[in-house]
Design a binder for this molecule. Structure first.
Ligand SMILES: NC(=O)c1ncn([C@@H]2O[C@H](COP(=O)(O)O)[C@@H](O)[C@H]2O)c1NC=O
Length: 529
């Protein structure tokens, strides 16, 4: 192995001391000389591991409360020296080669996330010497080994044990990539923090100016390469935010089936986020990012059977999401009845897995139970830019809505209105949804005028033989004209839920009253583009 590099001297300097003692002991057992900064050195020495303090090695004390500890030519020369080229310079400057560096940085993220963090606290938690060593070592990975993650201690020790105390170039290169990713994320966090602030000149503080920083720095990690993008002539990959652990398509585990495609992932996200809105057993079937059938049932099987009934034509090749454990009966109903691309549920029983296994291509995903809603931002790509906004986590409850019509909705109509409203939130604008008995009757999505979305919902219901009479209707935004209300009445709609807020609201309420309809205002719009 001519690319193997023996580890004879290591520098350990870590804020998070998890596993460092065991790592140091293992290095020592392999005859490695250890250098270390104040706190880390103390921990090792207290536990009987021979260690040289960096300040003793450099002949320079740590100064300015640790602001300067390792920023010294004897440290960086020892790391950056090109083996086989810089030996004379090293000798002239009394520099010893440092072959391995293990560093983790001051906890900037945890510091700024803590209640009451001041600008001064944040500044003191910007690590300078650590990232400098990380970058030096990663740059010189041809000869040196960098570790920024305690999970890699064991791997390096194992490799040294197997290779007479050396690491391989493959490992050093891989660790160097991890190191540059780590410093990029760290500096990104710092830039985001400062990029949202303006200084207060009167005191050592600053104020939040905007939650959106001057530059938006984020790190997404590649989860998988995809066979192609939205279309087969586009290449694609799936990147995920590893800081979020909320159950999502990003965290889901694929239990079986063909590899997920770009469109599968996008549609699964739509289906899963929609089904999360419901507390009772629910099923959402999505085609091309729109729900084509949503229903609640006594159990998931009933929910699926009813959701399928909305639009069996569109459900063919759909993506199906559940909000409870997928059982064998529901899984059988799906695979026996229809071609399905993806099934996702928080949990999948073994019996359900066995059922789906008969259809080897079906992608079966388990995402875990969600507890809270994510606070992550929502992105939308445009050519040359990115739109950022808060995720639409708004949802009104029965107590938040206002009945504006003369007629009050009955209790069961109100239940349907709330159900229908939740579905409308996940239908592309202009969104019109018809529903009855907690089941969608017709979905009109993505039309350029609201009245046409209503027409589409009616056509779909008629084509699938569903009775619109006495259904409720949800509209994701207000009605600009009364024609939408008149058309709904004509179709047999008994109640409407919509945000309200049009300059013609009075006219629209009067139209509802004329038709004897109940109308409810939510005061909240749910455009989805
Ligand atoms: N200033 C320096 O020269 C310096 N060198 C290393 N550090 C950091 O000091 C920490 C370890 O300190 P200690 O071993 O004293 O607990 C590590 O997070 C390391 O990244 C430094 N601290 C901050 O920049």
């Amino acid at each position: 192995m001519n690319n193997a590099r023996p580890i004879r001297r290591a520098l350990l300097s870590v804020s998070d001391k998890t596993g460092i003692l065991e790592f140091a002991q293992a290095l020592h057992a392999q005859g490695v000389e250890l250098l270390s900064t104040g706190g880390t050195a103390r921990l090792l020495a207290d536990n009987g591991v021979p260690v040289i303090e960096v300040s003793d090695y450099t002949g320079h004390p740590e100064i300015m409360d640790g602001r300067v500890k390792t920023l010294h030519p004897k440290v960086h020369g020892g790391i950056l020296a090109r083996r086989g080229i810089d030996e004379i310079v090293m000798e002239q400057n009394n520099i010893k080669p440092i072959d391995l560096v293990a560093v983790n940085l001051y906890p900037f993220a945890a510091t700024v996330a803590a209640e009451g963090c001041t600008l001064a606290d944040a500044i003191e938690n910007i690590d300078i010497g650590g990232p400098t060593m990380v970058r030096s070592t990663a740059k010189n990975h041809k000869d040196t080994t960098i570790i920024v993650n305690a999970n890699d201690y064991g791997r390096v020790i194992a490799e040294m044990q197997a290779n007479e105390g050396s690491t391989t170039l493959e490992t050093r290169f891989d660790l160097a990539i991890a190191a540059f990713e780590h410093t990029a994320a760290y500096d990104g966090m710092i830039a985001n923090y400062f990029g949202t602030k303006v200084p207060a000149h009167s005191k050592d503080e600053c104020h939040e100016d905007s939650k959106f920083p001057r530059t938006y720095n984020t790190q997404l990690v590649k989860k998988q390469d995809l066979r192609y993008g939205e279309n087969s002539h586009q290449t694609a990959a799936f990147y995920v935010d590893t800081n979020l652990d909320e159950a999502s398509v990003a965290t889901a585990v694929q239990l079986q089936g063909k590899a997920l495609s770009y469109n599968n992932i996008a549609d699964t996200d739509s289906a899963l986020e929609c089904v999360k809105e419901f507390d009772e057993p629910a099923c959402v079937i999505v085609k091309h990012a729109n729900p084509c059938g949503v229903a609640i049932g006594e159990n998931l099987l009933e929910a699926y059977n009813r959701a399928f009934q909305t639009d069996p034509t569109s459900a063919f090749g759909g993506i199906i999401a559940f909000n409870g454990e997928l059982d064998a009966a529901t899984a059988s109903a799906i695979v026996e009845r229809q071609f399905v691309e993806v099934i996702i549920a928080p949990k999948v029983s073994q019996a359900a897995r066995d059922v789906v296994a008969a259809k080897a291509n079906v992608r079966l995903l388990e995402c875990g139970q969600w507890t809270s809603k994510t606070t992550s931002l929502d992105y939308k790509r445009v050519n040359g830019g990115l739109l950022l906004q808060d995720r639409d986590q708004g949802m009104v409850g029965i107590d938040d809505v206002k009945v504006v019509s003369k007629r009050q909705p009955t209790a069961s109509e109100m239940k349907d209105l709330m159900f229908c409203w939740k579905v409308a939130k996940f239908v592309k604008s202009n969104a019109i949804v018809y529903a009855k008995n907690s089941m969608t009757i017709g979905v009109g999505a993505g039309q350029m005028s609201r009245v046409y979305s209503a027409k589409v919902a009616g056509i779909k219901a008629a084509d699938e033989g569903l009775e619109v009479q006495d259904s409720v209707m949800a509209s994701d935004a207000f009605f600009p004209f009364r024609d939408g209300i008149d058309a709904a009445a004509e179709a047999g709609i008994s109640c409407i839920i919509q945000p309200g807020g049009s300059i013609r609201d009075e006219e629209i309420i009067a139209a509802a009253d004329e038709h004897g309809m109940a109308m409810v205002f939510t005061g909240m719009r749910h455009f989805r583009h």
